[in-house]
Design a protein around this ligand. Structure first.
Ligand code: ZN
Length: 233
C-alpha cells in the first residue's frame, strides 16, 4: 500500500535488500506494482528465490502423512534463516510472512483439512537463550492463514537435547528419543488433523519424533510444514 509517510521514510532512509544489502529502487521512480517481495529483496535475490521454489513434496517421514515445504534450502535461505533465527534480525519477520503467504497460495496441501496447528517447541532453556521460537512464528502465521486454532501448549519439550543443527546426519537420528516431546493434554489432540510447523526440514528426525508423540496421543493425521527443506539427494 502506497502512502506518503512510507514514501517519505523511504526517501530519507532508502531501503536495502535484506539479503545482499544493495539499495532497492528509489520510491520516486515508483511504478505501481503489487509484488510484496520488492520491498525486501533486490531483483537478483528475487530471481534466486524463484529458482528455490519447491514444487514437489515427495519426501517420506515416519509418522507424517504429508510433507509441505515452501522452498528449497538454497543459498538464499542459508542467509535468511540463520540471520532470522540466531541473530534475531527482526526486519526478517515481514519477509518470512510474505514468503509463507506466497508458498501457501501457490500450492495446496493435499489430504484432510487441518483443524489444529502446532509448532515444534523449544525447551525452556533454549527459548530463554534465543528469545523466540521461529517455528512458533511460522505456526501462528499458518493458523491465521487456515483460520484454525493454534495449540500453543499442546506439544512441549521438557528436556534439552543438543541442537540438531550442530550435529551430523547420523547423530541427528540418535539425538532425539521418544521422550523428547510431551503431550500434556492428549484429549485435545485425539482425532485431530494436525499441521506441525518448523522452519527447516533437514533429516526430518525432529518432525518424525514430534509426530510420533502426537500420534501416541491419538492424532488422526500429521502434516509437516516447513518454510524450507534441504534438498535430499
Ligand atoms: Zn539482494
Amino acid at each position: 500500500m502506497f502512502s506518503f509517510s512510507t514514501a517519505l521514510l523511504d526517501i530519507l532512509f532508502p531501503r536495502r535488500c535484506l539479503v545482499c544489502s544493495v539499495f532497492l529502487s528509489h520510491p520516486l521512480s515508483f511504478t505501481t506494482n503489487n509484488q510484496p517481495l520488492e520491498k525486501y529483496l533486490c531483483v537478483s535475490c528475487r530471481q534466486l528465490l524463484q529458482a528455490s521454489e519447491s514444487s514437489s513434496d515427495a519426501i517420506r517421514l515416519v509418522g507424517v502423512e504429508r510433507v509441505f515445504s515452501g522452498y528449497l534450502y538454497s543459498g538464499l535461505f542459508e542467509k535468511i534463516i540463520p540471520a532470522w533465527k540466531y541473530h534475531s534480525r527482526h526486519e526478517f519477520f515481514p519477509l518470512v510472512k510474505v514468503l509463507l503467504d506466497l508458498a501457501l497460495s501457490r500450492r495446496e496441501i493435499s489430504g484432510p483439512a487441518t483443524d489444529l496447528v502446532i509448532a515444534i517447541p523449544l525447551s525452556r532453556s533454549a527459548f530463554r537463550k534465543r528469545g523466540f521460537n521461529q517455528a512458533f512464528f511460522i505456526a501462528s502465521y499458518c493458523a491465521a492463514f487456515f483460520k484454525q486454532p493454534l495449540g500453543r501448549t499442546l506439544l512441549i519439550k521438557s528436556i534439552d537435547t543438543p541442537q540438531q543443527a550442530s550435529l551430523n546426519r547420523r547423530a541427528r537420528a540418535f539425538n532425539l528419543g521418544l521422550d523428547t516431546f510431551q503431550v500434556p493434554e492428549p484429549q485435545k489432540i485425539a482425532g485431530r488433523n494436525i499441521l506441525l510447523c518448523d522452519d527447516v526440514l533437514t533429516t526430518g528426525a525432529t518432525l518424525s519424533t514430534a509426530a510420533g508423540a502426537l500420534k501416541n496421543a491419538g492424532a488422526a493425521s500429521v502434516t509437516a510444514l516447513t518454510l524450507a527443506r534441504v534438498h535430499q539427494t
